[in-house]
Design a protein around this ligand. Structure first.
Ligand code: ADP
Ligand code: ZN
Length: 297
């Protein structure tokens, strides 16, 4: 019998849990809203309980910021998140003690990046970015074949981009920085600026050219800093697939032919693209995290 693993994608809005060994072998799946930490984490534990003896390890891909320093006493905690009730929450420890299984954890975006690397749109690459545009904006991925970590972990959603307040008077809604990228272009930022949920805005609404403009500015920064071989854009807001062509065009316009890579000049459709694993990238990546953790030990 194939070994089984557990994967948890803990998002700012919803939580997804699966049991399986890969995209073709998912034995159970549950989705529920991310409410308070005790309620959400016990729902996760209850989901895995019937599988407990069959599981090798659990992987968690979580919204953040998260403490990923193995030497830290608060490894596996969500730290300074603006999400009410979740700051300083011991996510990994609670699940490890509830299920008595090894637990591996990374950011939601590094999880999704690993899922796409294993089974999706980043196979065979060693340097790429996975960006989610959802409740928050976050980026992860690999540099030189390793998931990006560092001092803490990248916080690509909180970069500063040009904000023309005459064209867009919305002040931004990041509680830490106001008009950082997340403050201007996350799902809740769209909702606050336009007074309706982004999923209800029609494709010809002025929200979308502005959104593509901000995202393209951000991508150009990531391209210049990291030189990714591909950029995958996921998250709820990118369900608006009509955003891809204007984002690609604006990236090309902003780079102005300076970076002489065919991927950027003539094959940009395969350079900036949606996750091949769709909205399961994060949770499958969590499963892959669990598998890597066991393989490394
Ligand atoms: P999470 O952030 O919990 O991982 P999502 O990536 O689904 O979850 O992001 C949720 C955000 O994306 C919300 O702000 C929601 O309004 C927005 N969103 C969800 N679906 C769509 C859609 N089809 N079009 C535009 N925005 C969407
Ligand atoms: Zn910010």
């Amino acid at each position: 019998m194939a070994s089984l693993w557990g994967g948890i994608e803990l998002g700012g809005t919803k939580c997804i849990c699966i049991v399986g060994s890969g995209p073709e072998d998912i034995r159970a799946e549950a989705r529920f809203p991310t409410t308070s930490p005790p309620e959400t984490l016990s729902r996760c534990a209850e989901f895995f309980r019937p599988w407990q003896t069959l599981l090798t390890a659990i992987g968690i891909a979580s919204f953040g910021p998260v403490d990923l320093n193995p030497a830290s006493p608060t490894w596996g905690y969500i730290t300074s998140t603006p999400k009410p009730g979740w700051a300083n929450t011991d996510v990994a420890g609670v699940l490890r003690s509830a299920l008595d299984l090894p637990v591996e954890m990374d950011t939601d975006v590094n999880g999704a990046a690993l899922g796409e690397y294993r089974w999706g749109a980043a196979q065979g690459l060693d340097t790429f970015v996975y960006l989610t545009i959802g409740t928050g904006i976050g980026g992860g991925g690999m540099v030189g074949g390793r998931l990006m970590h560092g001092l803490v972990h990248p916080e690509m959603g909180h970069i500063r981009i040009p904000h023309d307040r005459e064209a867009d008077p919305f002040p931004g809604r990041c509680p830490f920085h106001g008009d950082c990228l997340e403050g201007l272009a996350s799902g809740p930022a769209l909702e606050a600026r336009w007074g309706q949920r982004p999923e209800t805005l029609p494709p010809d609404h002025p929200a979308w050219p502005l959104e593509a403009h901000y995202l393209a500015l951000a991508l150009v920064n990531f391209i210049c800093v990291l030189s990714p071989q591909r950029i995958i854009l996921g998250g709820g807001v990118m369900q608006q697939h009509h955003l891809f062509p204007p984002i690609r065009a604006k990236v090309q316009e902003l780079l102005a032919g300076y970076i002489r890579a065919p991927e950027l000049l003539s094959d940009v459709e395969h350079y900036i693209l949606p996750p091949a694993l769709g909205d399961r990238a994060g949770v499958l990546g969590a499963l892959a995290l669990a598998q890597c953790a066991v393989a490394e030990k």
